[in-house]
Structure formats: structure tokens, C-alpha cells
Design a binder for this molecule. Structure first.
Ligand code: TRP
Length: 335
């Protein structure tokens, strides 16, 4: 059987946090180690421009995210690891797909609809501040996926609709021009934890409740100390299942360590002590990648070289397919 192609894009705005690590980075890198899979991981810097118009932030974030994935053990020899903007065939494919995408389909995209609803609630024109980038965002994402005929796309729930749109557009193209694209599937892994943040809501940059992934140890401890708890005193039994400290513990612990911590909660461990132990557990896992990350951030040329080598490999796939697609739509030499 040929390998399953697994593809994931990471938008280059912001700095990775513990939730990204547990929910996306760690499981993706683990999956990439299986010989059944061929993984495509890329930095979605064209997508970043949709939400971020600060060039410095886009640039810094690209470096940070690339260094993070490499530091966490991504093997660029094994995985196709590249930057979206280094593959000119992606925006080219995006146009071919744009011409196969019903406007009505884009009208139904959640991100666009949310923006319109926000404007209406604020008494603004429905299209206020909405760019064509935001509107057509799902088509660029479809191009990312279809360019490499990915079978599986691991995503959070908020992205499922985009994968379904990619399937729709691919099916329409196939129907019109002949079978060119594999229809991708979204994979939402329920085993993977969605971490809670400092305030107990889902850890997310938009809530400002994150714990950044590569903090210095002191800063990491400080952030962990800020996790919201209740007023129960040392010695009073605590409920692990409503505790963010316990929830994060579980994401880093072995099943035995989790059972032990559950018992400690029942025995009334003090919140301060539980946070100290949580810090030690997380720090032990992150110590080595953190050192590697600092090293890479000091040598951005190495990161750049890894990305360019990845783009070279990825273009091996992309140029072959785009040639076929151009011919299929009638763009080919006249002779
Ligand atoms: N839109 C995705 C997000 O915000 C990032 C992304 C861009 C992506 N292109 C992709 C994810 C292709 C999976 C496949 O999370």
C-alpha cells in the first residue's frame, strides 16, 4: 500500500503555546515517524497576511514556528517541511481552483460569516473591513491541500468546514477536467487533548490565557502559578476533573503518573504543591527542545536552509502536478 499523505499548515502569526504543542505539534511529529505516513508540514505565511498586516510579526513568527517544529524533533529528511510562499505553484493552483469555486460556497464559510455578523451587530456595513483574502481563504487552503494530493488533514474542529470545501472544489474540478485530485479527509483526533488556559477556557491566543511553549524555567513556573484554582485549603480533597492543573498534568504525564496525581488530589494536595509538581513535569519534557530552540533562533540561516531544502523537495511534487493541471484546463504550448 502506498503511504498515507498527511498534511498540516501552521499560520505564521504569534508564538506557539502549550496548547499548540499538545494539540498539534507533538501528535503531528509522532505521526510523521510512522513508515505508513508521508508527512507534509508547512508554514502558511500567505494565510498569515489575512489576519496580520505587521510585516515584522509575520517574519518573526515564521522563524519562531519553524524553529519550534525543528526543536521538537521534526526530521526534515523524513518530512516535507516548507514555507507556503516558497512554492509558487500553490498560488497558481489557487487561481485554477478559484475559477471552479461557487461564490455561494464561500458565502457559507464560518470565518467570513462571523465577520459579517460582527459588523451587523456593531451597526456597520456588512462588508466593513473584510478583504478578499478573508473571503477566499478556504480556496487558498484547498490549494495547499490539493497541491500534494493529501489524504488526511489533521485539524481542530474549527477547520473541518474548510476541508469539506476543499473536497467540494476538488470534486468539481475532477468532474469538469478529469480525475486530477484525491479528495482529502479531515482528521479530528479525540485522543488528543485540547488544553485549557490560565482562566480555564480553551487555551487560545485570542483569549490571552496561554502559556508560551519555550519560556525560561522561572517564567514557566510563574505562568503555571497563575492557573486559576478554587479556594480549597491544603488537606481538603480537590476535584481533579474540574481542575486545569490536573488537565494539563494529564497531557504530559504517563497513565501511572496521572493515577498518582488523582490520588494526591483526593488526599488534599495543596494547590501550590500541585503547581510545583506540574512545573517539574512540563519542564522535564521541554528542557531539551528549549535548548535546541534557543540554538536555532540564534542561527536563523540554518532554519532558512532547512526550509529551502524542504521547498525544493515539495516542488518536485508541485511542478509535476501543476503541469498536468495547466494542460487539463487548456494552458499548454501551441505547437
Ligand atoms: N487555516 C489553518 C489554521 O488556521 C492553517 C492552514 C492553512 C492549514 N492551510 C492549511 C491547515 C492546509 C491544514 C491544511 O489553522
Amino acid at each position: 500500500m502506498s503511504k498515507q499523505r498527511i498534511l498540516t499548515g501552521i499560520t505564521t502569526t504569534g508564538m506557539p503555546h502549550l496548547g499548540n504543542y499538545v494539540g498539534a505539534i507533538r501528535p503531528a511529529i509522532r505521526a510523521s515517524l510512522s513508515d505508513d505516513n508521508l508527512s507534509f508540514f508547512f508554514l502558511a505565511d500567505y494565510h498569515a497576511l489575512i489576519k496580520c498586516t505587521d510585516p515584522n510579526q509575520v517574519h518573526e513568527s515564521t522563524k519562531q514556528i519553524a524553529a519550534t517544529w525543528l526543536a521538537c524533533g521534526l526530521d526534515p529528511e523524513r518530512v516535507l517541511f516548507y514555507r507556503q510562499s516558497d512554492i509558487p505553484e500553490i498560488p497558481e493552483l489557487c487561481w485554477l481552483l478559484t475559477c471552479m469555486t461557487a461564490k455561494g460556497l464561500m458565502n457559507r464559510a464560518h470565518a467570513y460569516k462571523d465577520a459579517v455578523a460582527g459588523n451587523q451587530a456593531a451597526g456597520e456595513d456588512p462588508d466593513f473591513g473584510i478583504t478578499m483574502g478573508l473571503y477566499s481563504y478556504p480556496i487558498l487552503m484547498a490549494a495547499d491541500i490539493l497541491m500534494f494530493n493529501a489524504n488526511k488533514v489533521p485539524v481542530g474542529r474549527d477547520q473541518i468546514q474548510h476541508i469539506e470545501m476543499a473536497r467540494d472544489v476538488a470534486a468539481r474540478f475532477n468532474h469538469h477536467y478529469g480525475e486530477k485530485f484525491v479528495l482529502p479527509e479531515a482528521v479530528v483526533d479525540d485522543q488528543v487533548a485540547v488544553l485549557n488556559g490560565l482562566d480555564g477556557r480553551k487555551m487560545s491566543k485570542s483569549y490571552g490565557n496561554t502559556i508560551p511553549l519555550f519560556l525560561a524555567p522561572k517564567q514557566l513556573q510563574k505562568h503555571i502559578n497563575k492557573i486559576q484554582t478554587n479556594l480549597l485549603e491544603p488537606g481538603e480533597p480537590k476535584d481533579p476533573d474540574t481542575s486545569t492543573v490536573f488537565q494539563i498534568w494529564q497531557a504530559f504525564a504517563t497513565p501511572e503518573q496521572t493515577a498518582e496525581m488523582r490520588q494526591k488530589f483526593a488526599d488534599g494536595i495543596a494547590w501550590g504543591e500541585s503547581k510545583k509538581q506540574l512545573f517539574e513535569l512540563i519542564n522535564a519534557e521541554l528542557e531539551e527542545p528549549r535548548a535546541k530552540y534557543e540554538e536555532l533562533m540564534a542561527k536563523p540561516d540554518e532554519v532558512e536552509a532547512a526550509l529551502l531544502a524542504g521547498a525544493d523537495k515539495a516542488r518536485g511534487y508541485a511542478t509535476a502536478l501543476i503541469k498536468e493541471l495547466r494542460a487539463a484546463v487548456g494552458i499548454k504550448p501551441l505547437g
